[in-house]
Write a protein that binds this ligand. Structure first.
Ligand SMILES: Cc1ncc(COP(=O)(O)O)c(C=O)c1O
Length: 367
């Protein structure tokens, strides 16, 4: 009865099954900023008391006041979420059956976002030795005559890796040579955990290939429920691309008028929330290092990864941590790590919960 876009009958994994009968006491998977003890000033709600919100005067690229608050140029559009931006870009760049190259390990939603647009994802590898780097051999191996774009998450989720300037040069040259678009998800850009002059500021200023960069309120202001995001096209063909995106956006007009009027104030209040998140991720990373666990090097974002001894699988470790200590973490396979033996911890977790959870994991792993 249903389309073949996705496997709608996917079975529950062992972690989901374990959670049917047990409740974690120390949940180190928190990724929803509105539910992990951050302070949100009630003043934020006043952002919605705008008379303009009572008038419907849609603009497919987004209202001028919202665009100005974000400093968006002519080749940018507002969207209701970055997930929506993905769907627009896949519609714009791909016919059914075309392919997008995505990193692994990375954000688990690509396959679903692409599948819903009848687009196939092929993965290229991010590798780790002392730090994360992009494996260009695996990227080139994945290219076919149906590849339409290469995607990178800057910094990546969950590895926290920023693309380096030398890597961007090579990536943009490859896209230009093969006539591919470059897509850069920069939702975590505001959250570096340290500085590094080798990293590129954004993938959007490479000038060599058609590039789409996007971000959103969800991470920048810790306000996922407000549903506003933005995308900017740059490089050769960007004006034409922005016109085509406008047509797609115009078909749905999905960004609500109230949130667009509220955007300037939400961004101002969001700076305060962003500050709290920065402080928290740094504090939790320091606590993780002090716990005796040795996370993989993480440059930015909201997550940290630790290795497990190989005597048990990721699922077995997780169920064990849940049963013995009430601690919940995510398995590496959620993010498609190439091998078993990884646990992912959210640095957004409330610090007391994080410290206790990390100490319990350290104890269990050392046994
Ligand atoms: C890398 C990445 N991109 C996009 C999103 C989704 O953001 P939005 O709420 O704007 O759809 C997430 C959410 O966690 C994410 O991790």
């Amino acid at each position: 009865m249903f389309s073949r876009r996705l496997d709608w009958r996917a079975a529950a994994n062992p972690v989901a099954r374990a959670l049917e009968t047990r409740r974690p006491v120390y949940d180190l998977t928190a990724s929803n900023p509105t539910q992990c003890g951050l302070h949100y000033d009630r003043e934020l709600l006043r952002a919605f008391e705008q008379p303009g919100a009572l008038v419907y005067e849609p603009d497919a690229r987004g209202l001028g006041s919202a665009r100005d608050a974000l400093g968006l140029g002519p080749c940018s559009l507002l969207a209701s979420s970055t997930s929506e931006v993905y769907s627009w870009l896949f519609k714009l760049l791909c016919d059914p059956g075309d392919e997008i190259l995505v990193p692994r390990p990375s954000y688990p939603l690509f396959e679903f976002l692409a599948g819903l647009e009848s687009v196939r994802v092929k993965q290229y590898s991010l590798r780790y030795s002392e730090g994360w780097w992009l494996d260009f051999d695996s990227l080139r191996t994945g290219l076919t005559d149906r590849t339409r774009a290469i995607l990178f998450v800057h910094p990546n989720n969950p590895t926290g890796q920023f693309l380096k300037t030398v890597e961007l040069d090579e990536l943009a040259a490859l896209c230009s040579e093969r006539n591919l678009a470059l897509i850069s998800d920069e939702v975590f850009l505001d959250y570096p955990l340290r500085d590094d002059p080798a990293r590129c500021a954004t993938l959007g200023d490479n000038g060599q290939c058609l590039t789409f960069v996007f971000g959103g309120l969800s991470k920048t202001a810790g306000l996922p429920q407000m549903k506003a995001a933005w995308v900017t096209a740059s490089g050769p063909g960007s004006e034409e691309a922005a016109r085509a995106l406008e047509l797609i956006a115009d078909t749905y007009l999905s960004v609500s008028t109230p949130v667009q009027h509220a955007l300037p104030m939400l961004l101002r209040h969001g700076m305060e929330v962003r500050g709290q998140i920065r402080e928290r991720t740094r504090e939790n990373l320091a606590a993780l290092l002090a716990s005796g666990l040795r996370p993989l090097d993480v440059e930015g974002g909201w997550y940290a990864t630790i290795a497990t001894p190989r005597e048990w699988t990721e699922d077995e470790w997780i169920v064990r941590l849940l049963d013995l200590h009430g601690v919940l973490v995510q398995p590496g396979y959620f993010y498609d790590f190439e091998s078993d033996g990884w646990l992912v911890l959210s640095l957004l977790t409330e610090p007391r919960v994080f410290r206790t959870g990390a100490a319990a994991i350290a104890k269990e792993l050392a046994r």
